[in-house]
Each structure stands twice: as C-alpha cells, then as structure tokens.
Design a protein around this ligand. Structure first.
Ligand code: PLP
Length: 366
C-alpha cells in the first residue's frame, strides 16, 4: 500500500496547474468569530430581510421544493422590468459571484488577459486565474478610474475589463462618461459589476442599446438581504446571454431562492427602508471617523476605506486590537490597495456602528 506522501504527490500530478498553484483564502468570518461580535466586515444589508420574504418562505409551495428544474421565467420577467430591459437580456446565476464564474468560463482561455483596476473585489482575479488567464492590475490614482490608463493596458490578448460600480472596497461610483470611454474604446468585453448599485442611481442597462460588448452583473445579496440564498443575475444582449447560458448547469439556481427573490423585488417599501438605513448609518460612521481624523473614501454604498495611518503603521495591528474587543473589520490588503494604510469598513446595525466608534475612539485615545 502507498504511504500518504506518495498519494499526495500522485494527486498533485493530476490537479490543474491553476488550482495547485492557488492559495486557498478565508472569505468571511466563521460563525464562531462573528457570534455576539460587532461585525463591520460582512458587507451585507444590516437592515435584514423583508418580512414579506419571510412570510413567503413559510408558505412555500411544497412541489416547488421537490422539483429538479425550477421555472425561472417569473423572476426573469420581474428583473427585466426592475432594471428596464427585455427578459431575453437576463439570465440567473448562483450569486453575482456565480455569474462572474460563468462569464470567465465563456471568455477567458489560457493566456488571455483580464484588466482589473485596483483596489477592487478579489473575485475578478480569482476567476481569471482559475481559467488560466492573467490578471493585469491597473492601480487607480486617488481611487478614481482613468479611462486612458485602463485602455493603455489592453492588447490583443485582453478579453475582459472588470469594473466594480460602485467599487468594493471604496464605495466610489464610476462616472458615466469614463465608463462609456472604456466600453467604447475596448475591443473586448467590459463587465460592470453592479452588486452594490441597488439603492444608488447607477444602472448601466441603458448602455446596452449602445454597446454590444457590455455585461452587467447584479446581486440579491446586498440591498435585498438574500446573501445566503446565493442568487444574482447577468444582463447583456441576447447574443452574449445565449453564449454564457451554455456554461450554466440546468440545476444552478435553486427554486426557493427564485421564489424569494421575486418577493424581495416586489417589497418596494423594504428596499426604500434598507437604503435609508444604510445611507444614514454610513453617514454616521464616516462623520464620526472623520471627527477623529480618520479619512474615509467617498462611498455611496455599504462599504468604504478608512486610512488609519495617522495612528497605525500597520492596519493589521489595529485589526487585531479591535478583534480582541470583539469588533471585526477587514484588512484592505485583500483588495490590492497600493498603500498598506487602510481598513475596509462595512455598515452594520446601528448598535454595532455605535459600539465600533466607541471602542475605536477608546483604542486610539481620542
Ligand atoms: C462588488 C461585488 N461583486 C460581487 C459580490 C458577490 O455577490 P454575491 O453574494 O451575489 O455572489 C460582492 C460581494 O461582496 C461584491 O462586493
């Protein structure tokens, strides 16, 4: 019988290069970590899920649970009217992340390049590398996109430009003319990730009539409060949608998530309440952080960066001290920030936000 070392070596020989080279990463705090803690690391809707969604869950049609192929036209029609496109321009995915995965499966071959302005959401890099593609990072200046800078990094191997709008981790939106310059000037696919756009007036759907190389991805995890149901969607022109559909499993998006997403879209009052709650709490956090000389990025959504270099050379030290006091925030390094000055803060509940400011002020002695 082979010993375990030999088995490990043999297995390594069968694993795709992209997988064996990849370092696994911790994405979210464990339940144990976030239990009873003040958690400003999650980037979800702190106002929570709609009561109408919960009531739908209680009275869910049992046959819909046991059926293999959930019918998706109701949700697709609902999304199409919400975002202002035709149903054939929409397809569902298992979260916005699942949508990004299908997109790289469709467009990225080994050796292809994807342009990624940084700092940003790390999953664009992950999905690109997994397909054997090469991420080309373009550092933003003062967290703003520069269209010529982005376009100057493209060449005949560039397949995708990923833009997060608003951006995770800064919460800064992309100006429409800059977005258009990039879409117009690129001979490839521009993926605009609008996972954090519900609740802002950002909606790239109107550009789909003008440009045939644009793909928008959106999520039910944020403003709609359905993160654990894993549901999101892609909006593009039907030609692109039909190609991406080839990569999708027929079982991909579960029926319960679809039923509940319809309810979430219809509960307009809950959406308004969530947006107001997030905006008020973000303003509370930013104004209090700036009072204690911590500069924040100009966010219009749940997350933003805080420059802690006035107090800490290494943000990890602050993060560790906050953790000892049961407060969780995110190290911005994982977003490939150029300077190691930042923590990412995501708006949590009113009580958590107040506690965070109180604990942080004490820690900094201000
Ligand atoms: C910009 C951005 N895109 C996509 C996602 C993933 O969203 P989902 O939960 O729908 O997969 C996130 C989650 O934090 C995000 O911040």
């Amino acid at each position: 019988m082979k010993n375990s070392l030999e088995i490990n070596v043999a297995i390594k020989n069968f694993i795709r290069r992209e997988i064996s080279d990849f370092e696994s990463m911790e994405y979210a705090p464990t339940r144990k970590d976030s239990e009873k803690k003040c958690d400003l690391s999650l980037n979800i809707n702190p106002y929570g899920v709609s009561k109408k969604v919960l009531s739908k869950l209680k009275y869910l049609d049992k046959t819909k649970i046991s059926h293999y192929y959930p019918e998706n036209t109701d949700l697709i029609n609902e999304i199409a009217s919400y975002i202002g496109v035709l149903p054939e321009q929409v397809m569902l995915g298992d979260g916005c992340d699942g949508c990004l995965e299908m997109i790289t499966h469709t467009f990225i071959d080994r050796g292809d390049e994807a342009i990624i302005p940084i700092p940003t959401f790390h999953r664009y890099e992950f999905h690109t590398v997994l397909m054997g593609g090469k991420p080309v990072f373009v550092p933003m200046k003062n967290f703003e996109l520069n269209s010529s800078d982005i376009l100057n990094h493209t060449n005949n191997k560039s397949k995708i430009i990923f833009l997060s709008n608003p951006n995770n981790p800064t919460g800064i939106p992309i100006e429409r003319n800059i977005k258009e310059e990039i879409i117009n000037g690129f001979n490839g696919i521009v993926v605009v990730d609008e996972a954090l756009a519900d609740g802002t007036n950002l909606n790239g759907a109107s550009l789909l009539n003008k440009y045939d190389n644009l793909i928008i991805v959106r999520s039910f995890s944020k403003t709609f409060g359905l993160a654990s149901l894993r549901i999101g969607y892609i909006v593009s022109n039907p030609k692109i949608i039909n190609q991406i559909k080839k990569t999708s499993s027929p079982f991909k998006v579960n029926g319960i998530a679809q039923e509940l997403a319809i309810e979430a879209l219809r509960d307009k009052q809950h959406i308004i309440n969530s947006i107001n709650y997030i905006n008020e709490n973000r303003e509370f956090l930013i104004s209090n952080l700036e009072k204690i000389k911590l500069k924040c990025t100009k966010s219009i959504t749940t997350n933003f960066l805080v420059d802690v270099s006035n107090f800490y050379k290494n943000p990890e030290d602050l993060i560790g001290k906050l953790k000892e006091k049961n407060v969780l925030v995110t190290d911005a390094k994982s977003f490939r920030t150029q300077k190691n000055n930042y923590i990412r803060v995501a708006v949590a509940t009113e009580e958590e936000n107040e506690k965070f400011i109180e604990i942080l002020s004490k820690l900094l002695g201000v």
